[in-house]
Ligand binder design. Structure first.
Ligand SMILES: NC(=O)C1=CN([C@@H]2O[C@H](COP(=O)(O)OP(=O)(O)OC[C@H]3O[C@@H](n4cnc5c(N)ncnc54)[C@H](O)[C@@H]3O)[C@@H](O)[C@H]2O)C=CC1
Ligand SMILES: O=C(CO)COP(=O)(O)O
Length: 329
């Protein structure tokens, strides 16, 4: 459900893994291009989609008879979209979140929004997350991800439905950790982008990534995640990919800010979803609720929403009081 970059490539993955897939899209020209040209020219130009991946504008048609319903709309529109789709959801379907965001206003993770809106038990909600750039997956590059569900059997079913010769899937029952890894690395990538845009090198980048992982782990521990998750694909793996790649929309967003563009200019230049921008405030709110310090997230929020000059935010980070490295973890 959602035919942007990731929804489209996930449909291809499920098809390549042997599934029968119908993709819902909201724009007629995208649906038409997928069905006739086997390409999504707006989001994945140049990537050939299998003829078996069919797209439709009708959510009920896409949902009819589905064993798995994968949700790939922007995190902040999920509640509104899913509310409309609930009457057409097959009663036994597993709902999969592909989204890496936290809801503004409620601080809910995507799986929490799904459970609340669709009124389903946690055994029917899974998360699929890892270092997976749509364009790289779309060209069949070797990648891996994590299929997480509190019910190990459901995680294994999703694993079986998404493994291909080029794509490996691991299971996990740590839904909270997997979701936090995916959502918070976007905020760290915004900060890394700023650092790159300012012209700093790999030492500074490694500093932000490593301390970013420390704050993801602190929040995870407070929310009941398994800290081992953050050393895996959904944690460190995705953090490395997103903070290193020019393909990342979040890193690119930060880089444009670091180069001196105004926030309005960067927003206007960003054509795809950079989840960290809107998720930074609810993540910080979540951290405050649980007495967790997240200085990088706080610096990002200060720059994006509180008018703090980048230079002041950088000084606030580097001049924090001296601490042991393991502080708070
Ligand atoms: N692109 C990637 O490489 C990856 C993306 N993700 C996650 O997947 C989720 C979706 O992102 P992408 O597909 O990359 O974004 P995208 O920007 O490429 O596509 C977003 C899609 O949502 C649609 N959309 C926008 N507003 C909408 C609304 N109000 N109602 C319904 N549909 C709406 C757009 O038309 C588009 O089809 C995000 O949470 C992202 O973090 C996860 C892994 C990798
Ligand atoms: O989640 C991603 C890679 O795993 C994609 O990152 P961006 O949303 O920053 O492009």
């Amino acid at each position: 459900m959602g035919s942007g970059s990731f929804g489209t490539v996930f449909a291809k993955l499920l098809h390549d893994a042997g599934g029968e897939v119908t993709l819902w899209g909201r724009r007629a020209e995208v649906v038409e291009a997928i069905n006739t040209r086997h390409e999504n020219p707006d989001y994945l130009p140049g990537i050939e989609l299998p003829a078996g991946v069919r797209a439709t504008l009708d959510p009920a048609e896409a949902l009819a008879g589905a064993d798995f319903v994968a949700l790939a709309v922007p995190a902040q529109t999920l509640r509104e979209n899913l509310t409309q789709w609930v009457p057409a959801l097959p009663p036994e379907a597993v709902l999969i979140s592909l989204m890496k965001g936290v809801e503004l206003g409620t601080t809910r993770r995507m799986s929490e929004v799904i459970r609340e809106v669709a009124d389903v038990p946690e055994e029917r909600v899974a998360v699929f997350t890892g270092p997976n750039f749509a364009r790289e997956m779309g060209t069949g590059q070797p990648c891996a991800s994590v299929a997480a569900c509190v019910d190990e059997d459901v995680a294994q079913r999703l694993q079986a439905a998404s493994m291909t010769p080029y794509f490996r899937v691991y299971t996990s029952t740590d839904v909270i950790g997997c979701e936090l890894g995916g959502a918070v690395k976007n905020i760290v990538a915004l900060c890394v982008g700023v650092v790159v845009g300012l012209g700093f090198g790999d030492s500074t980048r490694a500093l932000i990534m490593t301390r970013g992982l420390a704050e993801i782990s602190r929040l995870g521990a407070a929310l009941g995640a398994d800290e081992h998750t953050f050393a895996g694909l959904a944690g460190m793996g995705d953090l490395i990919a997103t903070c290193s790649s020019p393909l990342s929309r979040n890193r690119t967003f930060g880089e444009n800010l670091g180069r001196g563009m105004t926030l309005e200019q960067v927003i206007a230049a960003t054509k795809q979803t950079a989840e960290g921008v809107k998720s930074s405030e609810p993540v910080l709110e979540l951290a405050r609720k649980h007495n967790v310090e997240m200085p990088i997230t706080e610096a990002v929020v200060n720059v994006l929403y509180r008018g703090m000059p980048i230079k002041d935010a950088a000084i606030s980070l580097i001049s924090r009081s001296p601490k042991p490295e393991r502080y708070g973890v």
